[in-house]
Design a protein around this ligand. Structure first.
Ligand code: MGD
Ligand code: MGD
Ligand code: SF4
Ligand code: MO
Length: 768
């Protein structure tokens, strides 16, 4: 049954097609392309190999028919002639097709000797964004990383959400990120997010825009903080055009206004909060008056937002990429939750709440109410000494780790679902560094800016050929659901599953050779996962026998078996019989539109806390120290230079979907947005070219003069610029776009997390 709060078929971007219904077949499938996880209804033709129509699944328990233009493209991706069908081997600088045995044989000849001579740290691994949307990397990344044994682990997380993960883990003891209760809130303050384009992030909400509109329909208020008049800001009740990189200042001033004006009422969680008494002194320097010039918003407006937040019956603050990828990313992320707590809205209906995903999270495992908490900096990167967090170093360290000679130098790279030459800062430096590697392997379907440097490319099957479950993202959902999709199409005889590819690669590092039997590793992983469940005294399988449970799972194998284990031992699980009404993969298979597990529940605190104190640490030491850096920045002159920010478009998905004509057609979307005053000052004309220059690089692109951006700020979307030599993306390479990360600066980062500051990069512009 569709959930009642959703409007049906909010938008229908279906591919028009005349269908001979007698000969078609319908499949239901969660869209894996972004975090919204919309349910799709796919119609296959008589041959059962071609998608002839894609619509939103009206009966999906979460998306109820909603989809965006990207959701219609799974069939196009499957048929994209540039999507590699088999491995590619680089011989004498040229790619040629190879068999899987050849490809793994070649890796086996090259990798182990490198590791033997230089140690495992000579291999770096980079995991990209689609690995969060695909079951095999979600389950097996750790197996691969452990097999390689390197400390040089990198991922797209440090050009993205790492600051939020760190602030949540410091406060709550694990990555339990509160999400805005969009379905019930009366007031949302949204910073650095544009869900009309992105469909939301760290907040899983199909039809995020529709949910915002319903806040307004029920008399609530949507307030957007963004240097641009984004699509979301246009629809908002109030738009605050903040100066980039100053969200922490703004939020600190809102928090201190709540405290100073006696509006703070954290009573619903105060008993479970440590450090509340430290806040007035910590945030004291950030009054509405003292930050106004830096943030570029009048003091009276800042006070008004604080008062509105406090007065609303329920309210929530939500910050996303704009608040993370900036100089004070961790502080801004922390302050989002500080304001949620001070305004009395954390863990409350209509406020900022915690999802409870069906596959379990650290906050639902182990002893309720306390844990080991979170530590970072257990290792430091070799060259710049950047701190590890969650077992990874910030990606800004990758180029120098490749370039700087000496013990521990990175000489080889494995990329899994990542395109760092497009997505990482100072991309031309990284590009040159990759060209200097001794060996590189990419698990990736395309020859793009990054993988053109690989010696071997191992392509996964298309999304239609994979099963799907949003293992991570449903832990950040605005309504608890579980939804599994089996593969729509089978593998071709010469294709390997992404899981098999990952396990065969891992086996090479484990010394088992290029053609080892992955079934044994697959069994071992399942046994290990069950082993940790039965040893957990609070699990629903505590004390059970692993062999018995493995037997109950037969004949299932692979990622489906691992998913079944998590579901059955998870918070709603059937416990392998102890809770017969509970969830298992079989239950999800019988419910192709998903299972509705109910609205988010309040009162999750203190049980979900995993801090050693068993309290919310509202003023963690690392953060309190970083507030000094924020205070110092109040003295800066904010008008020094033009600054660059990014943006997204609904028809684009990071760097890798520009090869589909159906999405790229229409006007050029990779333009330099600039305010008329700045354009005039620099002599720029709408529709003509401009050159943008930063400390590290320079690009030339079309100018789009618009009132919809703050003076002093320019914007270029990321993910474009596939026209590099050696890229084999016929349509994307023809697109008129540039890579904005040629301009972003790897040394401009959030000091606490090491995360890159992609927003607020000083640039200059000139005509031509
Ligand atoms: N300037 C600027 N830069 C940014 C951002 C920004 O806002 N501004 N945003 C940042 C953010 S939030 C992110 S998440 C990163 C993304 O950074 P990355 O993850 O490095 O890059 P993507 O563009 O997502 O590229 C994904 C890669 O995965 C491959 N791929 C697609 N599907 C699959 C699959 O099923 N399996 C495998 N193995 N590979 C697959 C694609 O071919 C592509 O090579 O970019 C960041 N970079
Ligand atoms: N269509 C589409 N959807 C996507 C993606 C995509 O590439 N295309 N990528 C996916 C990924 S990987 C992610 S992480 C999410 C991201 O999802 P969102 O966080 O919603 O990202 P954006 O749509 O880039 O919106 C960020 C907004 O922040 C603003 N901004 C820039 N700098 C600042 C600042 O300093 N302060 C404030 N307050 N605002 C600022 C920008 O103008 C922009 O409007 O989107 C996901 N969904
Ligand atoms: S919003 Fe995201 S999940 Fe939904 S159809 Fe579009 S790309 Fe797919
Ligand atoms: Mo992202």
């Amino acid at each position: 049954m569709p959930v009642p709060f959703l409007r049906h078929a909010c938008q229908n971007w279906s591919v028009p097609a005349k269908l001979d219904n007698a000969n078609t077949e319908t499949a239901f499938r969660t869209c894996p392309l972004c975090e919204a996880g919309c349910g799709l209804e796919l119609t296959l033709d008589a041959s059962r190999s071609k998608v002839v129509r894609t619509r939103g699944d009206q009966e999906d328990v979460f998306s109820a028919g909603f989809l965006c233009p990207k959701g219609t493209t799974l069939g196009h991706l499957h048929e994209d002639p540039d999507w590699l069908r088999g491995p590619m081997l680089k011989v004498d600088g040229e790619f040629r097709e190879a068999t899987w045995d050849e490809a793994f044989g070649y890796i086996n000849d090259r990798m182990p000797p490198l590791v033997e001579s230089n140690g495992p740290d000579c291999v770096a691994v980079y995991m990209g964004n689609p690995s969060a949307h695909s079951l095999a990397p979600m389950f097996l990344n750790r197996t691969l990383l452990k097999a390689v044994g390197t400390k040089n682990r990198f991922s797209a997380s440090t050009v993205d959400q790492r600051p939020k993960e760190i602030s949540a883990a410091l406060m709550f003891g694990s990555v339990a990120v509160p999400v805005p209760d969009l379905n019930r809130t009366d007031y949302i303050l949204m910073l650095g997010a544009n869900p009309y384009a992105s469909n939301g992030s760290l907040c899983t909400a199909p039809d995020f825009p529709g949910r915002l509109e319903r806040i307004q329909e029920r008399g609530g208020k949507v307030v957007v903080v963004d240097p641009r008049l984004s699509e979301t800001a246009k629809k908002a009740d109030q738009h605050l055009a903040i100066r980039p990189g100053t969200d922490a200042h703004l939020l600190a001033a809102i928090a201190s206004t709540l405290l100073a004006e006696g509006l703070a009422d954290p009573s619903n969680v105060a008993d479970h909060c440590a450090g509340l008494e430290e806040l007035p002194a910590l945030l004291g320097p950030f009054t509405a008056q003292s930050v106004a010039k830096v943030v570029g918003i009048p003091a009276e407006l800042i006070r008004q937002v604080a008062r509105d937040l406090a007065a609303a019956p329920t309210a929530c603050v939500y910050g996303r990429i704009g608040t993370c990828t900036q100089e004070f990313g961790t502080l801004a992320s922390w302050l989002v939750d500080v304001v949620n707590i001070l305004s009395g809205n954390l863990d409350k209906e209509g406020g900022a709440m915690f999802a409870k995903g069906a596959t379990g999270q650290p906050s639902t495992k182990g002893k309720p109410g306390s844990g080991r908490g979170f530590t970072m900096g257990r290792a430091n990167s070799r060259v710049s000494g950047l701190p590890e967090a969650f077992g990874e170093f910030p990606v800004t360290a990758l180029p120098e780790e490749i370039e700087a000679q000496g013990e521990g130098q990175v000489r080889a790279l494995i990329t899994v679902a990542g395109n760092p030459v497009s997505s990482n800062p100072n991309s031309l430096r990284l590009d040159a560094a990759l060209a200097s590697l001794d060996f590189m392997v990419s698990i990736d379907p395309y020859i793009n800016e990054t993988t053109r440097h690989a010696d071997v490319i191992l392509p996964p099957p298309s999304p239609l050929q994979k099963s799907h479950y949003d293992l991570a993202l449903l832990n950040f959902a605005v309504h608890n659901v579980a939804n599994y999709s089996p593969p729509v199409l089978g593998l071709e005889p010469d294709q390997l599953s992404e899981g098999t590819i990952m396990l065969r690669l891992a086996s090479i590092f484990l010394g088992a050779g290029p053609d080892s039997d992955t079934a044994a590793t697959d069994d071992a992983i399942a046994a290990m996962m069950l082993g940790s469940a039965v040893q957990n005294p609070t699990a629903n399988v505590a004390g059970r026998d692993v062999e018995e449970l493995l037997e109950l799972l037969r004949p299932s194998t692979g990622v489906e078996r691992l998913l079944d284990i998590l579901l059955r031992t998870g918070p709603y699980g059937d416990g392998f019989g102890s809770n017969p009404e509970g969830l298992s993969l079989a239950v999800l298979e019988a419910n192709p539109h998903g299972v509705d597990l109910g609205p988010l529940l309040p009162g999750r605190i203190p049980d979900l806390l995993r801090t050693p104190s068993g309290k919310i640490e509202i003023a963690p030491e690392l953060i309190a120290k970083d507030v000094e850096r924020l205070a110092k920045s109040l003295a800066r002159d904010p008008e020094e230079s033009l600054v660059l920010i990014g943006r997204r478009h609904i028809r684009s998905n990071n760097s890798w979907m520009h090869n589909l004509r159906v999405l790229t057609k229409g006007r050029n979307r990779c333009t330099l947005q600039i305010h008329p005053t700045d354009a005039k000052h620099a002599g720029l004309t709408d529709g003509k070219m401009a050159t943008v220059t930063s400390r590290v690089g320079s690009v030339s692109l079309d100018v789009e003069v618009t009132e919809g951006i703050r003076p002093g700020v320019v914007s270029i979307p990321h993910g474009f610029g596939q026209n590099m030599e050696g890229v084999r993306l016929r349509i994307a390479s023809d697109y008129k776009g540039v890579n904005t990360n040629v301009l972003t600066d790897e040394y401009l980062r959030d000091e606490l997390s090491g995360n890159i500051a992609l927003n607020g990069v000083p640039v200059s512009v000139s005509a031509g």
